[in-house]
Design a protein around this ligand. Structure first.
Ligand code: CO
Ligand code: ZN
Length: 331
C-alpha cells in the first residue's frame, strides 16, 4: 500500500486537471471493477456489484494549487491566483510543480521586513521560475500543484495532497478487499474539482442516483500542542463523521458505520468538524435527497505540503469501508 500512497500523493492534479491521477487509478482498479467510465466532467465512476442498494463512495482526485495569471516580462517571475484554499502562511519558500516538470519557488518581497510580522495578500506573492539563461517557459493559464515528496516517520506519513489521495487509496484498497464480491451496487467515484466547490461529486450523484452516499476525505485533528478543541486525534482510528459545516449526518448513517466498526473490532472515533466539508455535502442534496455520511482520515496540517496521517488510521478506514460494503447496506 505504501507504493500506491507514494504514487498517488506525488502525482500531479490540481482541480480541473485530474487526468494524470485518473490514469493511475484506472490502471490500479481495472481488474477490480465490473464496469467503469469517465463522465463529462472527468469523474471516474467504477461500478462493483449489481442489485441491492446503490451505495456511492466518493474520494476526490484533485489537489489545491496555483494558476499562472501573468508572466513578468523577461524576469522569470510569475503572478498567480489560487486553485482552492491556499493558506498564505504556508507559501513563502515552498515549491510548485508545473505539468511540464518545471519547479517554481513561491516567494514574497521583503520577507525579513513587513512580511515577517503580517501575512501578505496572495497578490504580493510571486513564483520564481528563472533558469539563469532567461528561458522562462510557463504561459499564463498554466496550473501547478504544491510539490513535496512523501516522507515516513514511524507510523506517520507526510506528503502534499494526502487531501484527498489518501481517500482514493482507501477506496482502491477497499475495492481490492471486495474483489468484486458485494451484496450492494457500489459506485466508487474518484471525483474532480472538490477543492474549488464540490463540483464533480454533484453531477456524479445525479447520474448515479444512489440510495446512500459515503465521502472519503481527510479531517482535521485536535491533538497538536495548543490546537483547537477537537476530539479527533492521529492514531485514534477511522473518524466517523457526525457533523461538519456542510453536512449533518443522518443518525441512521452514523449508526450504520458505528455498529459495523464495533462488530468488526475496528478502532474508530467520532468526528465533529467546525470548518470545512466534503463531497457528501452535495451528494446528500442530489435529486430527491441521499442520506450521506463520511469516513474521514485524521490529518494534521491540511492544505500544506506536510499533510500528516497515521497509517493505522488509514488501515482502519479501509477495514471499515470494506466491512460496510461486504454486508447489505442498512440505511
Ligand atoms: Co481540501
Ligand atoms: Zn479533501
Amino acid at each position: 500500500m505504501k507504493d500506491l500512497i507514494k504514487k498517488l500523493v506525488e502525482a500531479w492534479g490540481p482541480s480541473g486537471y485530474e487526468y494524470h491521477v485518473r490514469a493511475l487509478i484506472e490502471e490500479e482498479v481495472a481488474e477490480l471493477v465490473d464496469e467503469m467510465h469517465v463522465d463529462p466532467l472527468g469523474n471516474l465512476i467504477c461500478r462493483v456489484g449489481s442489485g441491492g442498494l446503490k451505495v456511492m463512495i466518493s474520494a476526490h482526485m484533485d489537489e489545491i494549487g496555483v494558476m499562472t495569471t501573468f508572466v513578468e516580462p523577461e524576469s522569470g517571475f510569475l503572478r498567480f491566483t489560487s486553485i482552492g484554499g491556499l493558506l498564505n502562511t504556508t507559501l513563502a519558500g515552498n515549491r510548485v510543480h508545473f505539468e511540464d516538470g518545471t519547479i517554481g519557488v513561491l516567494a514574497v518581497p521583503d520577507q525579513f521586513g513587513a512580511a515577517r510580522t503580517s501575512v501578505p495578500d496572495l497578490d504580493a506573492f510571486y513564483i520564481d521560475i528563472s533558469t539563469g539563461d532567461g528561458d522562462a517557459t510557463i504561459e499564463p493559464g498554466s496550473p501547478a500543484g504544491l510539490w513535496r515528496e512523501l516522507e515516513e516517520r514511524g507510523t506517520r506519513l507526510i506528503a502534499k495532497s494526502m487531501d484527498d489521495r489518501i481517500g482514493c487509496v482507501v477506496a482502491i484498497e477497499a475495492m481490492r478487499r471486495l474483489n468484486k464480491q458485494t451484496p450492494n451496487e457500489c459506485y466508487f467515484v474518484f471525483s474532480v474539482q472538490e477543492e474549488v466547490g464540490l463540483r464533480g461529486a454533484r453531477p456524479a450523484a445525479y447520474g448515479i442516483n444512489p440510495d446512500v452516499g459515503i465521502a472519503l476525505d481527510v479531517t482535521g485533528t485536535g491533538d497538536e500542542i495548543k490546537s483547537r478543541k477537537m476530539a479527533v486525534r492521529l492514531g485514534g482510528g477511522a473518524a466517523i463523521k457526525v457533523h461538519d459545516s456542510g453536512l449533518v449526518v443522518p443518525p441512521a448513517v452514523r449508526d450504520w458505520m458505528i455498529s459495523r466498526a464495533q462488530a468488526d473490532g475496528i478502532a474508530y472515533q467520532l468526528e465533529l468538524l467546525t470548518g470545512g466539508t466534503t463531497d457528501a455535502a452535495v451528494i446528500q442534496i442530489a435529486r430527491a435527497g441521499v442520506p450521506s455520511g463520511c469516513i474521514s482520515i485524521p490529518c494534521r496540517y491540511v492544505h500544506t505540503t506536510s499533510e500528516t496521517v497515521d497509517s493505522r488510521d488509514v488501515q482502519a478506514c479501509i477495514d471499515l469501508l470494506a466491512g460496510l460494503l461486504r454486508n447489505p447496506a442498512t440505511v
